[in-house]
Each structure stands twice: as structure tokens, then as C-alpha cells.
Design a binder for this molecule. Structure first.
Ligand code: SAM
Length: 264
């Protein structure tokens, strides 16, 4: 079976890491687990040995689906679909889901944002991504990796950089090294009145990361709305602001926008 580039098919060949990734999920008997992109079953073969009560896998490539059916039969439920179209809340079975995957790297960010959209139904995701992306997800303010992925993910989850895996552990060998991250989703996102506005502000701020917040946000908000923010925030660059700062800024702007609409 020829690995397809369009599906980012780089298979994890080292048995030590295959097992270690599944162990990082700490599965218990009442867990339902969903694997994204099982491929030929490198991780799935360890999932079926775990205590999990239900194993679902989402795979886009029909050739892989056939292999998985032969190999695992009724031990797993196979969803032959694009993961970005899957409603994770429909898969959850009483308890919030555990999600695992050696992700197709060309769509890592869309998958992460898709999981964030379903954060209420997911307890934890253990994800293998390109090392640089893993660093960005887990980055803290002030570092060069800190940006949209860090702030948005960390507003919804507690993230942890688990370990790195060198490119030689995959076939075909990719052009990048990888790292495993744990994303422990909060049941509820505290302290943000308007989540859509929060995402809009974070995205706009980091579109011009070298400029001050005032300069970035003046492209989308009127001056009188920005005046609701403290000068100490406006003078800073986005990369200096914490997740809590972004929440606070969102709430002030949200209030200013609402005051404006009631005035008119
Ligand atoms: N889990 C296997 C392993 O570790 O060897 C395969 C990982 S490989 C990096 C990514 C897998 O995701 C491939 O099996 C690929 O076919 C699948 N895939 C790619 N795009 C997908 C999508 N949009 N939805 C679901 N699966 C996808």
C-alpha cells in the first residue's frame, strides 16, 4: 500500500513509541476513546489491549479502512470520514471522550480548532504533531512560539508538552521531527463573556505581532471602543499579553461594544 502524501501518511514504526503514546492517555474501564487517523493500526493495536470500553477510529483513506476491518474486526468501530466533518459530541457515550492521534500534519491546526469546538464533549486529547506546532501550542508569553495557537488552546485547556520523537521513527521519513502533547480540556471556559469575540481579538492581535495592541486592534475597532482599554495594555505587543490579559481585554471590548449599540 503506497503511502499517500495528500493524507500525510507517515506511519509510526517504532513499537516503543506506539505503546508509550497510548499509555499517555491513562485509559480506564469507563473511557470511550476516539483515534484520529489510525492508518494501519500502529496505535490501535495498543488501544484494543487497554481497559477502554469502546474504541472508535476516524480514517479518511478507504484502503486503510479495509486493512483495519480485517485486522481488528469487531474490536473497533470505524468511521470512514474526514475528521473535520465529525461531530465529536455525537460520539460521546455518557462520559467525555478521550482522543488520540498521530495527526495528518497538513491539517493539524484545523483539527485542533475542531476539537476545541467540541471541548465540552472531550476530556483529553493526546496528539502527535510536528515539533514546531507542539511548541506553539504549549508556548508561554514572551517566547517566539507564542501566538494564536497558544492563546486559544490554553484558554480552553491545560496543555502539556510530553516528549519528542525524531523523524527516523516514521515511514516514509518526514522532513520534520515530532512531539506529543496532552490537551486537557476544561469543562467550561471561565471568565470570557464572548468566546467568538475572544478568538477574533486574538487572531487580529497576532496578525501584526511586532506592532502594539493599539495598532493591531485599531484595524477592527473604532477608537472610542479601544479607549475602554487601559493604556498599559494598548502599549504592549500581543506576545507580551497572557491568556488572562486577552480574556480581560475581550470583556472590556465586549462591554464597550454593547454600550455603543444601546446608545444608538
Ligand atoms: N496512526 C497511524 C500511525 O501512527 O502510523 C497513521 C498516522 S498518519 C501520520 C495520519 C493518518 O491520518 C493517515 O492514516 C491518513 O490516511 C489519515 N488522515 C489524513 N487526513 C485525514 C482526515 N481528514 N480525516 C481522517 N483521517 C485522515
Amino acid at each position: 500500500m503506497r503511502p499517500l502524501k495528500k493524507f500525510s501518511q507517515n506511519f509510526l514504526t517504532n513499537p516503543f513509541y506506539q505503546k508509550k503514546i497510548v499509555e499517555s492517555l491513562h485509559l480506564k474501564t469507563d473511557n470511550c476513546v476516539v483515534e484520529i487517523g489510525p492508518g494501519k493500526g500502529a496505535l490501535t493495536q495498543h488501544l484494543i489491549k487497554s481497559e477502554a470500553q469502546r474504541i472508535m477510529v476516524i480514517e479518511i483513506d478507504p484502503r486503510m479502512v479495509e486493512t483495519l476491518q480485517e485486522k481488528f474486526q469487531d474490536q473497533i468501530e470505524i468511521i470512514n470520514q474526514d475528521v473535520l466533518k465529525v461531530d465529536f459530541c455525537r460520539l460521546s457515550c455518557g462520559k467525555r471522550l478521550k482522543v488520540v492521534g498521530n495527526l495528518p500534519y497538513h491539517i493539524t491546526s484545523p483539527i485542533l480548532f475542531h476539537l476545541i469546538d467540541y471541548h465540552r464533549c472531550i476530556e483529553q486529547a493526546v496528539l502527535m504533531t510536528q515539533k514546531e506546532v507542539a511548541r506553539r501550542v504549549c508556548a508561554k508569553p514572551g517566547s517566539k512560539d507564542y501566538g494564536i495557537l497558544s492563546v486559544i488552546t490554553q484558554a480552553y485547556a491545560q496543555v502539556e508538552y510530553l516528549f519528542e520523537i525524531k523523524r527516523g521513527n516514521f515511514f516514509p521519513v518526514p522532513a520534520v521531527d515530532s512531539a506529543l502533547i496532552s490537551v486537557l480540556f476544561f469543562r467550561q471556559v471561565e471568565g470570557i463573556a464572548n468566546l467568538e469575540l475572544f478568538r477574533k481579538i486574538v487572531r487580529s492581535a497576532f496578525n501584526y505581532r511586532r506592532k502594539t495592541l493599539k495598532n493591531c486592534l485599531s484595524r477592527i475597532f473604532e477608537e472610542k471602543v479601544l479607549n475602554s482599554l487601559d493604556q498599559s495594555f494598548l502599549k504592549k505587543r500581543p506576545e507580551q499579553l497572557t491568556v488572562e490579559d486577552f480574556k480581560h481585554i475581550t470583556n472590556l471590548i465586549d462591554k464597550a461594544l454593547r454600550d455603543e449599540t444601546t446608545r444608538h
